[in-house]
Design a protein around this ligand. Structure first.
Ligand code: PLP
Length: 390
């Protein structure tokens, strides 16, 4: 792809960023090498100062990792991306690159548990404070801004209740206050939602989820403008939680089917959510693709599909929820998500287990809540397996 034709996501996912070696390989090459050899001393020096492009050491960059970064940046419609060892190291690197003691993070209350812990327990040790506001209320974000707020951080749809945050509205608030707007786009992937086009400055990915999509590797990335990515890259280059070449190669293979998989995840998830709404054992279903979802209209505007995550509340609290988790024979009892294999989780006692009962109650995470990451098995088999539980 050497032209500047405006290619669609499916094409970019297969073609963007590929540069063939002198061997002319058709598929993307995997460069398993820790370092790179310079032709002479002057070239080595120029590469270290950055005066000349070129590879030095795989903690800095590696051709397979660069390919993954370029391809993901193309999918998100961004200038640049930097890859990391996991989604959490992407969030850590973002904070290390852009924050200093005294700064404040304004974050969504409906976020991945480890992100909340990173902000509240670890960054706080270094003088970075954070506070949490509801993702669905842009006015609450405006009201909670402090003079030292540097970063807005949210996930949409949220985990596990699939609440939708209005990216454009909250980005406008962030920019009015001179803050950097960050969206964790893990649940949608660029196939369903492109936060940068909606006003976000940086996008976070746990590539472990839909980008790989087949439960094989851990990885992460930050995507955005060259200027905002540079300090994050400098931190990673120094500190080292970079993506391995092998994992980058696996992720490049995963991206090739991203568009197809996301369409299929959405189709299965919508069918499952509609069926769950008809089941007498179920109290309530959370899925952005359902008209009963409180932010259904916003989801339709902001996303090109409802996504693959469906949560629901069973009648009978934790006892009924655990009975359901224990009765499945096909679905995987695991907290992972974004996989071709359907997974089932009881958030109250697993992913959100370390959060106090009061905070869980306020966030709507009840003892009867079940989260399903709907995979690509046949929908009838998924339904039949769940129906064993009631
Ligand atoms: C899994 C996840 C992360 C963390 O990613 P890892 O690759 O497990 O480190 C961050 N955000 C969201 C929304 C996630 O689901």
């Amino acid at each position: 792809m050497t032209d500047d034709f405006d290619y669609q996501l499916e094409t970019l996912a297969i073609r963007a960023g590929q540069e063939r070696s002198q061997f002319g390989e058709h598929a993307e090459a995997l460069y398993l090498t820790s370092s790179f050899v310079a032709d002479n001393a002057a070239q080595a020096a120029a590469r270290f100062t950055g005066a000349e492009p070129g590879f030095i050491y795989s903690r800095f960059t590696n051709p397979t990792v660069t390919l993954f970064q370029d391809r993901l940046a193309a999918l998100e419609g961004a200038e640049a991306a930097v890859a990391t060892a996991s989604g959490m190291s992407a969030i850590l690197a973002l904070c290390m690159g852009h924050l200093k003691a005294g700064d404040h993070i304004l974050a969504s209350s409906g976020m991945f548990g480890a992100t909340i812990q990173l902000f509240s327990n670890w960054l706080a040790k270094f003088g970075v404070t954070s506070s949490f506001v509801p993702p669905t209320d842009p006015a609450a974000w405006d009201a909670a801004v402090r003079p030292e707020t540097r970063l807005f951080f949210l996930e949409t749809p949220s985990n596990p209740l699939t609440e939708i945050a209005d990216i454009a509205a909250i980005s406008a608030v962030a920019h009015r206050h001179g803050a950097i707007m960050v969206v964790d786009n893990c649940f949608c992937s660029p196939a369903l939602q492109r936060p940068i086009a909606l006003g976000a400055d940086l996008v976070i990915h746990s590539a472990t989820k839909y980008l790989d999509g087949q439960g094989r590797v851990l990885g992460g990335a930050v995507v955005g403008s060259k200027a905002l990515i540079e300090p994050i890259y400098q931190f990673l280059r120094t500190a080292g939680p970079t993506l391995s070449a092998f994992n980058a190669w696996v992720l490049v293979k995963g991206l090739e089917t991203l568009g197809l998989r996301m369409r299929a995840h959405c189709e299965n998830a919508l069918a499952l959510a509609q069926w769950l709404e008809t089941q007498p054992a179920i109290e309530r279903v959370y899925y952005p693709g359902l008209p009963s979802h409180p932010q259904h209209e916003l989801a339709k505007r902001q996303q090109s599909g409802g996504g693959g995550i469906v949560s629901f509340e069973v009648k009978g609290g934790q006892e009924a929820a655990w009975r359901l988790v224990d009765s499945v024979q096909l679905l995987s009892r695991t907290a992972n998500l974004g996989d071709v294999k359907t997974t089932i989780t009881h958030p109250y006692t697993t992913t959100h287990g370390r959060i106090s009962p009061e905070v869980k109650a306020a966030a709507g995470i009840t003892q009867g809540l079940i989260r399903i990451s709907v995979g690509l098995e046949h929908i009838d088999d998924i339904k039949r397996d769940l129906a064993r539980g009631w």
